[in-house]
Design a protein around this ligand. Structure first.
Ligand SMILES: Nc1nc2c(ncn2[C@@H]2O[C@H](COP(=O)(O)O[C@H]3[C@@H](O)[C@H](n4cnc5c(=O)[nH]c(N)nc54)O[C@@H]3COP(=O)(O)O)[C@@H](O)[C@H]2O)c(=O)[nH]1
Length: 707
């Protein structure tokens, strides 16, 4: 039955059937009541018939009339001298007594009381009673003599009653017979109909009632069946919804892998099995290398595709019993059960994972290589609980990330100390600014052709009261994570600009001041105001400020990066792409970035000139810069050979330990003053000799100075 036909109390057809049922019940009750009334009426009539059929009243009347006659005949006999005997008087008196007794029966007998309800009978009986009372004294005095006046008196008293009693008993009998016949006829005529009609009608009404009831029961059964089917359906849907919800609550929507919740559950189970069997469980935390760069440069669709490929490859690298879960953006965790040995066997799995991940894949038209940093913890060696094992694997993964890409790092107990040290360092860094523990070092940037310092790069140091000089690599990531990089970056900007002004005020030739901007700094909304504020506050002209942005930072969100760079350019500052060659930027991106300088990553320079790959990349970057009319700076120059290679290929500027390590401001002041002096001396010598200005700067002095 379709849902819209379901029987409900308010449904019109249900109401119709219910009212029919009620009416048939009312009809049945009516018939029953009528039957009762008819039965009662018949009972009364049967009673009356019975009373008639017994004929007791007729008998009484006849008997009274007979006894009256008998009394009169005994009186007549008594007064006849020829028939007189002694017994005649006694018989007369006895018949009188019998008559009196009979009369008393009218008053006492239940059945005869009906007779007294007939007025004619009542008059005769009452009259006869009075007559008998009159007769009694005369009877006592009556002599056996026909002329005795008592005899005639008795005769006169009795005479009217004798005839009347006889007549009325005859009439009564007759009347009773007629009435009895009539009643009997009526009774047989009507009662037979009623007795037939009553059960027939009641039966019909009951049949109707039963029919309505049966129909209603059928409909109710159908309704209940439908309801139960709907209930079963709802139940099934509810179960499905519960399953879906519990699946969603325990799985990652993108990859379909278990999420952190399910991972914890599986790990808890694996630990309890390992506890029983005395086996080992390994947890591997894996963070995809440079996932954010892919996501930002190729779009979120590409990022999602990469995550899906990574999850498929991870699942393929382990056994069915093992668990691969995605626990956050680009972080995966694996639970490997029943590990045979310790580190070696897990490392084997980790290497297999790394190899499987590494095979190239094409996403958004780009060939990419997926790598990850892995941290490993082992049950029971590194911890006995889910939380402990996850924390240990996480810590180890961070160490792996710090070591560089595509590395595997098993957990070591010392990492705990490193972790708490990191926490402590974070707290101390909060106070470093107020306590003036931060300091800027400056590394010269040299014009390779003229061998002159034309600029410096400001490099941050933390003069820690206990640890001594802390390198930025040890606290900048922490400052990034905690957000402290924003106030620190602001301080760096202002301090660097002020220092540049100090050197100008000392009469030194104006220098280009390069300041590094981290990702978080670059993305903060107040950056333009911050830079403008630093320039205004220190009075440095914007043309001397060079902001260095890493290639990977720019590639995260190209459109927003271009927008922010355009805004910075309106201030008049210059922009450089730092660590160039390590990111994914293509020529088309480069053309769109409003930069004036590329800095070749030190990793390529380090391998010059021996490594042909590095040499080719450096040559290509220099050529590309020239064609895009960008200045090119080589970082990390440490040797004469590297310098020679770069000069040969017309790299304009360089920076590195070969020239000078990063130095405190005062040391740079001395260096700059020496350079200025040398320049002056050279100029004077040139004027004195043939007037040629070689513009030479004594690099050897600088190298010696910086040690
Ligand atoms: N957001 C900010 N980042 C900053 C700031 N100050 C520094 N940094 C970044 O920290 C990273 C490490 O810096 P540092 O330890 O100072 O290392 C710099 C140089 O000392 C080093 N370098 C220079 N020449 C050589 C060399 O010949 N060999 C060699 N092995 N290392 C050398 O390179 C670092 C400078 O690199 P780069 O910035 O790419 O020019 C570093 O990434 C800094 O950017 C800051 O204030 N804010």
């Amino acid at each position: 039955m379709p849902a819209d036909q379901t029987v409900s109390a308010s449904h019109p057809s249900a109401r119709r059937w219910r009212s029919l049922g009620i009416w048939s019940l009312v009809l049945a009750l009516l018939i029953f009541t009528l039957s009762l009334v008819a039965a009662y009426r018949d009972l009364v009539r049967v009673n009356r018939l019975t009373s008639l059929s017994f004929g007791q009243q007729s008998y009484t009347l006849f008997k009274t009339s007979e006894e009256l006659e008998h009394f009169w005949s005994s009186v007549s006999q008594y007064v006849q001298p020829e028939s007189f005997q002694d017994s005649s008087r006694a018989e007369m008196l006895l018949s009188f007594e019998l008559l009196v007794s009979r009369m008393a029966l009218f008053e006492e007998g239940e059945a005869n009381r009906v007779l007294l309800e007939i007025p004619a009978v009542r008059n005769i009986i009452q009259g006869l009673n009075g007559a008998l009372a009159d007769i009694e004294p005369r009877l006592a005095k009556l002599r056996p003599d026909p002329i005795d006046p008592n005899y005639s008196a008795i005769w006169n008293i009795l005479r009217p009653y004798r005839q009347a009693l006889f007549d009325i008993s005859k009439d009564y009998l007759l009347q009773r017979e007629v009435q009895g016949d009539r009643l009997l006829r009526e009774f047989t005529a009507t009662s037979s109909n009623w007795y037939l009609a009553t059960p027939a009608l009641s039966g019909l009404a009951l049949l109707l009632l039963y029919f309505f009831q049966f129909r209603q029961t059928l409909r109710l059964a159908a309704f209940l069946q439908l309801e139960s089917r709907q209930l079963r359906d709802s139940n099934r849907q509810l179960l499905q919804a519960t399953d879906t919800l519990s699946y969603q609550a325990t799985h990652d929507a993108l990859t379909g892998l278990p999420n952190r919740l399910l991972l914890q559950d599986r790990l808890a189970h694996a630990i309890s099995v390992a506890q029983r069997k005395g086996s080992r469980v390994a947890v591997i935390f894996l963070d995809l290398d440079r996932f954010k760069d892919v996501n930002d440069s190729l779009g979120h669709g590409a990022g999602d595709a990469l995550l899906k490929i990574a999850s498929t490859r991870l699942t393929a690298s382990v056994r069915e019993v093992d668990t691969v879960a995605r626990i956050s953006g680009d972080e995966f965790a694996l639970v490997l059960e029943e590990i045979a040995g310790e580190d070696a066997s897990v490392m084997e799995v980790a290497q297999r994972i790394a190899t499987t991940l590494r095979s190239p894949c094409t996403i958004a038209g780009q060939e990419l290589m997926i790598t990850g940093s892995m941290g490993i913890s082992l049950y029971p060696r590194d911890g006995g609980s889910v939380e402990q094992l996850l924390i240990c694997a996480d810590m180890a993964m961070y160490v792996a990330k710090d070591k560089g890409r595509n590395t595997v790092q098993p957990y070591r107990p010392e990492m705990n100390a490193d972790h708490s040290q990191r926490l402590k360092l974070g707290q101390e860094l909060r106070h470093a600014l107020q306590r003036e523990e931060l300091e800027l070092f400056y590394q010269p940037q040299v014009d390779l052709e003229q061998e002159r310092i034309i600029g410096v790069e400001a490099l941050l140091r933390w003069r820690h009261p206990q640890r001594g000089l802390v390198a930025p690599g040890d606290f900048i990531p922490l400052a990034e994570d905690t957000g402290l990089i924003v106030p620190i970056g602001e301080w760096v900007l202002t301090t660097a600009c002020r220092q540049a002004m100090i050197w100008q005020e000392l009469g030194l030739p104006p220098l280009k001041m390069a300041v590094n901007l981290s990702a978080r700094q670059f993305q903060q909304p107040g950056l333009i105001d911050q830079v403008a504020g630093a320039l205004t506050q220190t009075g440095l002209s914007a043309e001397y400020l060079d902001l260095e942005l890493t290639e990977s930072l720019l590639m995260r969100d190209v459109a927003s990066a271009i927008e922010a760079m355009e805004a910075l350019r309106t201030l008049g500052v210059r922009l450089s792409i730092d660590d160039f060659g390590t990111g994914y930027s293509s020529l088309s991106y480069l053309q769109r970035f409003p930069v004036s300088q590329l800095k070749i990553d030190g990793a390529f320079v380090r391998n010059l000139p021996a490594q042909s790959g590095a040499a080719a990349i450096v040559r290509a970057i220099i050529a590309m810069s020239k064609s895009l009319q960008l200045r090119v700076v080589a970082e990390g120059i440490e040797t004469e050979e590297q310098l020679a290679f770069l000069r040969t290929h017309q790299c304009e500027q360089g920076q590195g330990y070969y020239f000078s390590r990063p130095l405190p401001a005062d040391d740079i002041t001395a260096l700059l003053q020496r350079q200025a002096r040398t320049a002056r001396d050279d100029a004077e010598t040139a004027t004195r000799t043939d007037g040629i200005d070689k513009g030479h700067w004594d690099m050897g002095a600088a190298k010696n100075w910086s040690g």
